[in-house]
Write a protein that binds this ligand. Structure first.
Ligand code: AQP
Length: 339
């Protein structure tokens, strides 16, 4: 349905505080968040309720939640322009998630690739049911804000499709209620791969040493990780979908996503260069991204009270949108309103 709720088109997205954010989280999500924030009414959420689906250390979760919010600002999200908030501060997310869980077909949930990947790594008997219901919570996050667009890396596209299907189902059963959101993937960097294994997505929870560049990595460590990235035994430097060339393709993609240049320009620049030159250029591009971001992050973490005030304001602004949507959905589903 057309968005009849918002005067300006709205954007919603979030990142789990489930570890240290990576260059993949930056290029797939954060960078686009910054780019669209002046064109849309943007809500950026630290999705801590999602972070408990894979188990968490309580002290670490609290810490990572603050760090993620600081990272959003350090990456360029302006809290005066966009709304930054913590998911668990808005109870409507959990409430709508339950309502949506009850109408989400089990078959749809079991078909989610992320669920199958994550379960595949663990003992099925002991995994938490939250991992299965993760997409219903994500749907609640998006639908509560009548978001028109959701800027994410392409690993989240299936969850977005699920959200649209669930919204359609709800609207069909109970009357037009939710706005159908569209996915927004970056032109370059929609899926950054692991430096040590370029056939697997770079993930913040992957523990091997050389897998990811973290946004808070010391720059000399970041350089080393890129210089050690897996490549191949070919010589020419070009973008390629061939699996055996995935390492070089990944380095070129990181470079392209940071430099915002076309593939042709980049291939031209590296036409007579070797893999060592490519790695050095990628390392410099990454370091030039990390340095200002880390400087701002450190300032923010030392600025007593500032982060809390941003999150308090964010909570108020998010609640003002989410609460009426929840009430509307509750009414449509037949819940008796409290007198
Ligand atoms: N490698 C990636 N390339 C491009 N985009 C990525 N994103 C994550 N990894 C890459 C995007 O970052 C946003 C936040 O993701 P998330 O933390 O909510 O969940 P995720 O996709 O499962 O990210 P991780 O880093 O892999 O987290 P863990 O290891 O905790 O599961 C999303 O927009 C995602 O597309």
């Amino acid at each position: 349905m057309a968005n009849i709720y918002n005067s300006r088109p709205r954007v919603l997205s979030g990142i789990q505080p489930s570890g240290n954010l990576t260059i993949g989280n930056y290029l797939g999500a954060l960078k686009q968040w910054v780019e669209v924030q002046r064109d849309y009414d943007c809500f950026y959420c630290v999705v801590d309720l999602h972070a408990i689906t894979a188990g968490q250390d309580p002290v670490e979760l609290r810490q990572k939640t603050r760090e993620s919010a600081a990272m959003y600002i350090a990456a360029g999200i302006d809290p005066e322009v966009s709304t930054i908030f913590v998911q668990s501060h808005i109870p409507a997310h959990s409430e709508l998630a339950w309502m949506l869980t009850c109408m989400a077909p089990l078959g749809w949930l079991q078909r989610m690739t992320q669920f199958k990947d994550k379960v595949g790594k663990q003992n099925q008997e002991s995994i938490g049911a939250g991992l299965l219901n993760y997409p219903s919570l994500m749907a609640a996050d998006i639908l509560l804000y009548h978001a028109d667009l959701v800027p994410v890396g392409d690993d989240q596209n299936q969850h977005l499709e699920f959200t649209r299907d669930l919204a359609r189902r709800f609207n069909h059963l109970y009357g037009e209620t939710f706005t159908l959101p569209s996915v927004m993937n970056p032109q370059a960097g929609a899926r950054i791969m692991g430096l040590d294994n370029p056939t697997a997505k770079m993930s913040k929870s992957e523990t091997s040493d050389n897998h990811a560049v973290f946004l808070l990595d010391d720059v000399s460590r970041a350089r080393k990780k890129i210089m050690r990235a897996v490549t191949d035994s070919y010589r020419d430097i070009r973008f390629s979908d061939e699996p055996e060339r995935a390492g070089v393709n990944n380095l070129l993609t990181i470079y392209q996503a940071i430099k915002d240049e076309s593939r042709e320009e980049i291939e031209g620049d590296f036409a007579d260069k070797g893999y060592g030159d490519l790695k050095k250029a990628v390392a410099e591009a990454v370091v030039s991204t990390l340095e200002p971001l880390q400087a701002r992050y450190n300032e923010l973490m030392n600025e007593a009270g500032y982060l809390d005030s941003v999150l308090k304001l964010g909570r108020e602004k998010a609640s003002a949108v989410a609460e009426p949507t929840l009430k509307l959905a509750q009414d449509r589903m037949g819940f008796l309103a409290p007198s």
